[in-house]
Design a protein around this ligand. Structure first.
Ligand SMILES: [Zn+2]
Length: 287
């Protein structure tokens, strides 16, 4: 599932291929996405808006248009957004094709499992949408704000990190890896974490994300940042999907627990549980 480093990598690939070019319509192909494409968006793209910027916010891709509208894309589990030559045969599960000008090429969105989304919103609607859903980016987040956000929740640390309003962009992989690097148990109650540990956790989050972006993300099953590009960070996982394998620090086997339907990977020796532990059964990931 694409998280911040994967989405950032896709954005960096798309930016040089899109910025300064124009959309000139859309072809809706294949099965509809969960949120259906609308006629107003088709009319907007037929008018030929120029692409001003390609940005990332949390796990969302923002393609900003000269009309002050924005194409907002979420890759879901298996979504791919790529610029390809116009003549190239359509891959199966391609939902939307956006021809570009000038020159050849088109932006294509395909998503076999259809958990992703692509829609066009006004900048105003977009700002309100992001404001509702997302907290700060990990690189902009002040340590005191992060510590305060942890202090406000009685959930466990893992659940707090997955909450996009606490910090935007983390998912299962990078939350597990950051907790390991900070040597904090995922079951610790977030509000019981000392300031020093909160600061260490924020540093670990940033370190893990920076390295994962350098490696162009992690490819476990589906994620590719362009037609053939696979991420490389999966070879550096310390805990994620290493259940039973020896911890790279202490050689004890890595454990896995299921919290609210999501697996959590951790080293029980390196990530000791303090008194403010949330019992795994109570540690539902939902609020
Ligand atoms: Zn260990």
């Amino acid at each position: 599932v694409p998280e911040l480093p994967e989405v950032e990598t896709v954005v960096r690939c798309l930016r040089p291929a899109l910025v300064g070019r124009r959309f000139r319509g859309v072809q809706v192909t294949g099965k509809p996405l969960r949120r259906k494409w609308n006629a107003a968006s088709t009319r907007l793209l037929l008018a030929g808006p120029e692409i001003h910027a390609v940005e990332r916010r949390g796990k969302w891709i923002l393609i900003r248009l000269s009309t002050a509208d924005c194409m907002l894309v979420h890759l879901g589990m298996t979504g791919r957004l790529q610029v390809v030559a116009s003549g190239q045969p359509l891959a199966t599960h391609t939902h939307l094709v956006f021809p570009l000008a000038p020159g050849d090429g088109e932006l294509r969105f395909r998503d076999p499992r259809r958990f992703g989304s692509l829609e066009i919103m006004s900048s105003q609607a977009l700002a309100a949408f992001l404001e509702r859903r997302l907290g700060p980016e990990p690189f902009d987040l002040a340590p005191e704000s992060f510590a305060a956000a942890l202090g406000r929740t009685r959930r466990c640390l893992k659940a707090a990190l997955l909450d996009q309003r606490v910090v935007a962009g983390l998912g299962n992989i990078y939350a597990d890896e950051a907790l390991f690097q900070a040597r904090l148990s995922p079951f610790r109650r977030a509000s019981g974490v000392r300031r020093r540990d909160a600061d260490a956790l924020l540093r670990a989050i940033r370190r893990v994300l920076v390295r994962a972006i350098e490696k162009k993300g992690s490819t476990i099953r589906d994620y590719m940042y362009d037609e053939n590009g696979q991420g490389g960070y999966q070879t550096e996982f310390r805990v994620y999907q290493r259940t039973g394998a020896p911890c790279r620090q202490c050689r004890r086997p890595i454990c896995r627990a299921v919290l609210g339907g999501r697996s959590t990977h951790y080293c029980p020796a390196c990530q000791r549980v303090a008194r403010s532990r949330v019992k795994p059964r109570q540690a539902a990931l939902a609020t």
